[in-house]
Ligand binder design. Sequence first.
Ligand code: F6P
Length: 564
Amino acid sequence: MGCCDLRQPFETVLLSFDERVAEMPIESSMIRAELEEVRELLQWLHLRELFSDDPDRAKRLSLSLDGIHCDFSKQRVSPEALRLLCAWAEESGVGDAIADMFAGKRINRSENRPALHVALRRSSGPFPDEAFDVMPDVVATRERMAAFAEELRGGEGDAPIRDVVNIGIGGSDLGPKMMTYAMRSIAHPTLRIHTVSNLDGAQLAPLLQTLDPRATLFIVVSKTFTTQETLLNAHTARAWLAANLGEAADLRNYFAAISSNVEKAVDFGVAPERIFPIWDWVGGRYSLWSAVGLALMTAIGPQAFDAMLRGAERIDEHFRTAPFPCNLPVLMALIGVWNTNFLGAETSAVLPYNESLRYFPPFLQQLEMESNGKSVGVDGKRLRELASPIVWGGLGNNGQHAFFQLLHQGGRLVPCDFIVAARSDYPLPNHHEALLANCFAQSAALAFGRTEDEARDDMEKSKLDPAKIEELLPHRTFAGNQPSTTLLLSAITPENLGALVALYEHKTFVQGVLWGVNPFDQWGVELGKSLASRILPAVREPERAQGLDASTRELLAFSRDYLL
Ligand code: F6P
């Protein structure tokens, strides 16, 4: 796998399509129409034909950036489609939007805030500019986090901490949880990190049974410090500590908090020196690089955490400077939009093969669906096209024995992202070769399928009865033409993981621009929250159910019979 300076396009970048059609000028107003024409053409072409027409397709449509190789060749795009998509991105203002984000403009318009998560991984300042430089706060917080994490890792004092419990939900849970699991091969050998997010006591209660209250630290992570799930879990943790440590214990020794609401964290009972800030210019789902990553930093150590930030920072630089035809996040975004809005895909599957990436699909679900799952644009008007697809997925190898059947023969268009690291983080003889073979086999099978003739040949070779062959033929034929991208990491390293997440963050941002939505707000989560607070009193008291809808009243009535 080739490595390159991220600021320089890799030698096989998608530039060759420019050579073929370089002199064809694009009338901006015509780009959409031209894309429609290309779509008409491409929808009748099979990936088999695209590959046989261009023997260099795999090289031509692949791009490597340091430890990440990205193969787009099994996407149902042509060089011309990509050229037009890049031109369309230019016309849609993606370049200006990127510049605005890095300049610290208030691109989160509905909340009148900048989106400065890139500051969290910068190695130097000022940023975004001298007038509004967030770097002193960022660096000071990083240093405080490192000191705190080292103290925990050092295990000093009379009662050293052995278990760290991250209490948070959404962006205050998914990122740290995903990364801590992904990097457990380099984690502290004895400190155990746990995450609790669900309101259901069935998550916290069994965990508490395994913990020693004298050796447990709870990190309450909540940007707002008003999130019901997090606060309830935190209060239960505090009650458990009080019950087990006795009245005299100073419970503040067992808590730290990450929040922008210091007052509420202090009211809860966290010592001010153990409260780490998060700023209003960081969205929850973009926050794992901040103090929200404290549990992660405690697990892997400040150096590895820094390496993760460096990986992300290099992608930031690439994203900011690379021309669109060789800009990875921009290409990922454009291909996603192509699949959704031109080819009509309703969903998009994320299929990591490394066990360590088990929690990447749920992380990505929040990132993409909470950012772009909208049907009203920044201008307040209804979108004319659908925005985010439904993002779903799971470990690829497990999925092969479960839901892949539908991907192969279900007749639906489901674009897939295959993600795998070439080197194992837990080498066992023969395992990783088999894992890679399975990953590569699945994307090839989905792309190229198996024709009737091939299926017949295979069965004839196994000497099957001719009548049986004809009976089985329709079942053993695979249509193929299922588009996928393969993201091949050199290894599961902090740098590569940081880079991987930053790639998807920027992809999500670019898609928000193309769809015309604000990827940094999430008004859609509010209605359910406020209804839950109206319904809560009625869970136990029937008279409080008046005014609720008939279905809810029935559900409450049935539940009351069983509620303990
Ligand atoms: O309800 C959605 C949400 O606001 C997410 O955007 C966020 O990541 C999560 O809840 C947790 O919020 P907080 O960090 O404020 O507890």
